[in-house]
Design a binder for this molecule. Sequence first.
Ligand code: HAM
Length: 426
Amino acid sequence: MYQKPKGTRDILPKDIAKWQFIEKIIRDTVREFNIKEIRTPIFEDSSLFLRSVGETSDIVTKEMYIFDDRGGRQLALRPEGTAGVVRACVENGLFSNALPLKVWYMGNNFRYENPQAGRYREFTQFGIEYFGTSDPSADCETILVFKSVLDKLRITNYSLQINNIGCPECRKEYNQALRLFANQHENELCEDCKRRSKVNPLRMLDCKKASCQEILKRAPRLEDYLCDSCKSHFNRVISLLKSNGINFDINTQLVRGLDYYTKTVFEFVADIDGKSMAFGGGGRYDNLVGEIGNANIPACGFGMGLDRLVYLVDDALLAKNDLIYIANLGAVGMDKVLPLAQVLRSAGLSVETNISGRTFKSQMKYADKIGARFIVIIGDDEISNGVFTVRNLNTGQECTVDGLNLVKYLKLTDEELKNIIKYADF
Ligand code: HAM
């Protein structure tokens, strides 16, 4: 028997309601912020990621799915969304339109990671990217978008960690200090960190090995090397977050696993299946567009991992099943049932009928099994009198409803129905 590839998942019909609910909240939120959707290819030239995410990052060195196509091009399944979006905006000349340009995307990404709860080789990210503004209020607005999604999903159990990683100018001196530190501790650092110390010392701070983390606690601190402009940008971001009532913790260890960031970086962290994990992260990247497309366009954004977010959404928030089952009684055939189903469907209701030729009794059992809210019974009497017997499977109550009022009745909430049922006839 075939099995799904390691690190991938099937999202089954029983779980899909939660995903669709999250996706709807995301679509509502981006509309409120006037952010426009962009869709880019699921694979790109692999060198795009080398250039942007960084040749020393774990994503590029260990986790990319790289392959040659039949034409000999080296391609990579996208490990993240930002690089492809930047490439698409440059290639399609979007930066010559009014700025800032605010775009969002939702789609699958691929990283060859060790699978565990919340960590997969194929995962879904929702992300936004703001281009053409270096103002701290843009950093703050992106965080507001993230928080707005969480508020609507009633997620409160998380922390926002934020840091300032400066610009290439102030990092120059810092990198030298880090390199010196790495030389002094060469024998204690892992092979990866030794390599990182030569090419991109900042990456060492992101090492997952406990022994390296312990040594690097004593390393020079980036905050002592920041230039005035980076400091004042960050202070303004902080004060805007405060005035917007957003709680955060400054985490000076936070550097993020991708190379393109400048100044602000942040992560939203929560308990995912018993383990503290980032379920979203982002920040400012003022030089990436320049590196990919020769245009001086500052930018910021984030990626939110939906596979982790689903762990945080309470099932109770999901809409109740509003399915209607039409049961045919006696000799009434499908030639009567199907048109009635169509009338109800065209009024926006979700309807199942007896397309398996079940007996009346087994239809009742089936309707219960599939979680129908109402059973509408259609028999000879119903047809001659123009009324229907409607059973509410949530409350067990039964009522006869005039055909003209049927749609209206089926759309009432259980709360509203309580009063109506007292009068037997609707
Ligand atoms: P990232 O921190 O690499 O940032 O990924 C963002 C989110 O994607 C993570 O916080 C996590 O929720 C989810 N994620 C990453 N890897 C996995 C995985 N293997 N399994 C499940 N979920 C995962 C970025 O990708 C940047 N492009 C974000 C960004 C956009 N920065 C600026 N703009």
